[in-house]
Design a protein around this ligand. Structure first.
Ligand code: ADP
Ligand code: MG
Length: 257
């Protein structure tokens, strides 16, 4: 595979939990600037694959390479620093904090230890300037996803769809160049769904790459140029949406569960 045009390369990835094999030797790569779909029946290993790629889980074996760097087993914040982030199937906002506070938490949670700037007077100004820059970025993202009017609301009061928008906005705080989206449209009403998809295409035109787990085949058909199908922890098929949906093995995997 051409690493130059495929920023993410996953090779022979395996992840076991005790006796359960969640990912069983999956290999695939994602093309630069693409919106690639990752589909497969429930339990196929899609979320675990995302967890292994982004450092939430350490793979049992296999490798993950991003822009030519081996990121296998790195911590999530280290991987985020390289420009690769993900959203979670279940959005992870803190309900007792405001939307804006949640936005400000995202990059700090990823940047590691706190600085003890009391020792260095000049450093304090630097930290304040950084904080202001983050605040600017947070507002930009909230405006981009049209949830800036909710900035002062507690995240716990948001609708399911608004939570998904917040989850996306948070993921973009570190200015990543590739985003893994785990069912970003689940529980989102059709109006917000269209808004989210529009934003994804807009970001793509600006050069972002997306790997996208989605159950709705119509959404995959309409939005992805390439689809990877997982089944029982392995890649069963890949190709255009038309190719994979007319593949007998894929049809059988879905019917057979
Ligand atoms: P998908 O996202 O495709 O629905 P998952 O990656 O969530 O699939 O799950 C794949 C398999 O791994 C399932 O059988 C699931 O029960 C199992 N699994 C996932 N995470 C864990 C875990 N933390 N501990 C034990 N089993 C897990
Ligand atoms: Mg899942």
């Amino acid at each position: 595979r051409d690493a130059e045009n495929h920023p993410l390369v996953v090779e022979d990835l395996r992840k076991t939990f005790g006796g359960i094999t969640a990912v069983d030797g999956a290999s695939f790569s994602v093309a630069e600037g693409s919106l690639t779909g990752l589909i497969g029946p429930n339990g196929a290993g899609k979320s675990t694959t995302f967890n292994c790629i982004t450092g939430v889980h350490t793979p049992t074996s296999g490798s993950v390479t991003f822009r030519g760097n081996d990121i296998t087993g790195m911590a999530p914040h280290e991987i985020a620093q390289q420009g690769l982030v993900r959203t979670f199937q279940i959005a992870r906002e803190l309900p007792d904090m405001t939307v804006l506070e949640n936005m400000m938490l995202a990059p700090k949670g990823q940047s590691g230890e706190r600085l003890s700037y009391s020792l260095l007077p000049g450093l304090r100004d630097q930290v304040v300037a950084q904080e202001e820059e983050l605040l600017d970025r947070a507002w930009q993202q909230l405006e981009f996803f049209e949830i800036d009017h909710l900035a002062e609301e507690y995240a716990g009061t948001l609708s399911g769809g608004q939570r998904k928008l917040l989850e996306m906005a948070r993921a973009l705080m570190t200015d990543p160049d590739m985003v893994l989206l785990d069912e970003p449209l689940a529980g989102v009403n059709p109006t917000l769904e269209e808004k989210l998809l529009d934003r994804i295409h807009e970001l793509r035109e600006m050069g972002n790459t997306f790997l996208f787990v989605e159950h709705d085949m119509d959404v995959i058909m309409d939005n992805c140029e390439h689809v990877i199908v997982m089944h029982q922890g392995k890649v069963l098929a890949e190709g255009t949406p038309e190719q994979v949906t007319s593949d007998d093995r894929v049809v059988e995997a879905y019917l057979g569960g």
